[in-house]
Design a protein around this ligand. Structure first.
Ligand SMILES: *Cc1c(COP(=O)(O)O)cnc(C)c1O
Length: 394
């Protein structure tokens, strides 16, 4: 007969942790890697953006589980730093946020899905109204329930994604102001703020300014992280940084003004020798040009170490730091594993149980993303939940 297994709390398997660190997820000795998230750097980044945007209010966009960093940890830290307005993508994120903050204003960027108005009211969060249909449905709910919880009106100034058109916004402006629809924020979203001289920036800012005049008395917001660096013209009454809070460079091509917030390490499960002309990994796309030593690391694309960072004979991949030295990936990134060429390291320099630095130190998040032919946003939101997580709280 099968023996009954002891019940374990898989989510919070306890591990002794050092001063100023809080652990979460699988235990350190059982996980393939460790993701350290520096909450003090995230709040320092928020403060720096807040100061830059003064006198505008600085909100925080923490959609997609706070860009992969954990809503339940990030939101309270930001609230403690002084942040009083948050943006998430959907109701389930809003609900998680409400569990950790009762007083903050919460906006739901994806707007009002059919039949969900009562769910917004139930947890006191605000939809970002993205079309006249949504506005009509919200209005019907608001007037029949006498709900005063507020909502944002999104105006599309060029993204062609969410928002009422500028003409629609102009047409309904007097009605919204006269009838007190409970619109608490007028917002739009920049298409190319990370390219300061992109012509769309001026075009969008000008269009938004014209609409704001019609909505005088209602707070307005257009700037994301990069938008904050376009200058005061883009700040309006509130700025909405997301990525920059987490250390993504809001000014690509220039020095990163933000502090790095994540450090990602993968555990070496073994070291092996590969003979000349043998291949490493799936598809045999990487051939050893010499007798080669390979370290196998227990992190893969299922952990957000994107497959596009793979190496082949045609194209080098990303690098990791092992024994203090940058070492190239050998072959494809697989689902759960990475293979690293450590031939140039001294014999015995790497052994089972060692840690490879995947992101952190000399390997900047944005550089890794570039190697994987994507942006740091995608890397962060792909990180996954298999790591031992450490949160630096002081
Ligand atoms: C994601 C998002 C933001 C934050 O953008 P970042 O580039 O991450 O700063 C702001 N506003 C809207 C509407 C968004 O969808």
């Amino acid at each position: 007969m099968a023996r009954e297994l002891p019940s374990v709390d898989l989510k919070t398997a306890a591990a002794p942790v050092a001063e100023g660190l809080v652990a979460e997820g699988p235990a350190a000795d059982e996980a393939g890697g460790t993701l350290t998230i520096d909450l003090t750097a995230i709040t320092a980044n928020w403060r720096a953006l807040m100061r830059r945007a003064l006198p505008a209010e600085c909100a925080a966009v923490i959609k997609a589980d706070a860009y992969g960093c954990g809503i339940e940890r990030v939101a309270p830290a930001l609230e403690k730093a002084g942040c009083t307005t948050f943006f998430v993508a959907d109701l389930s994120e809003a609900r998680r946020l409400r569990h950790v903050t009762q007083s903050a204003a919460v906006y739901v960027l994806n707007g009002l899905l059919p039949g969900t108005a009562a769910s917004f009211a139930a947890i006191n969060v605000r939809p970002v109204i993205g079309s006249l249909v949504e506005l009509a449905e919200w209005d019907a709910f608001v007037s029949s329930h006498n709900w005063r919880g507020g909502a944002a009106l999104h105006v599309d100034t060029g993204m062609n994604r969410l928002g009422v058109t500028p003409n629609e916004a102009a047409a309904i402006a007097s009605r919204i102001r006269a009838e007190n629809h409970g619109i608490t924020l007028l917002m739009s979203h920049l298409v190319a703020a990370q390219v300061p001289d992109h012509p769309l920036n001026d075009k969008q800012l000008k269009l938004f300014r014209e609409i704001r005049v019609l909505y005088r008395g209602i707070a307005s917001s257009i700037a994301n992280s990069s938008g904050i660096f376009l200058g005061p013209n883009a700040h309006c009454d509130m700025v909405r940084p997301g990525a920059a809070l987490f250390g993504v460079n809001p000014t690509p091509g220039k020095n990163n003004p933000m502090r790095a917030t994540i450090d990602l390490r993968g555990k070496v499960v073994g070291v092996r020798s590969v003979q000349r002309n043998e291949s490493v990994g799936y598809d045999a796309g990487w051939i050893a040009k010499r007798p080669t030593k390979v370290a196998v690391v227990a992190v893969g694309y299922a952990d957000g170490y994107l497959r596009a960072a793979s190496a082949s004979d045609e194209k080098p991949g990303a690098q990791v730091i092992l024994a203090g030295k940058p070492c190239p990936i050998a072959g494809r990134v697989s689902m759960d594993l990475l293979t690293i060429d450590i031939t140039d390291l001294a014999d015995g320099a790497v052994k089972r149980g060692d840690e490879a630095i995947l992101i952190g130190d000399e390997i900047a998040l944005d550089d890794f993303a570039a190697h994987a032919r994507t942006i740091a946003y995608e890397v962060l939101t792909s990180l996954g939940r298999r790591y031992h997580r450490l949160y630096r709280v002081s």
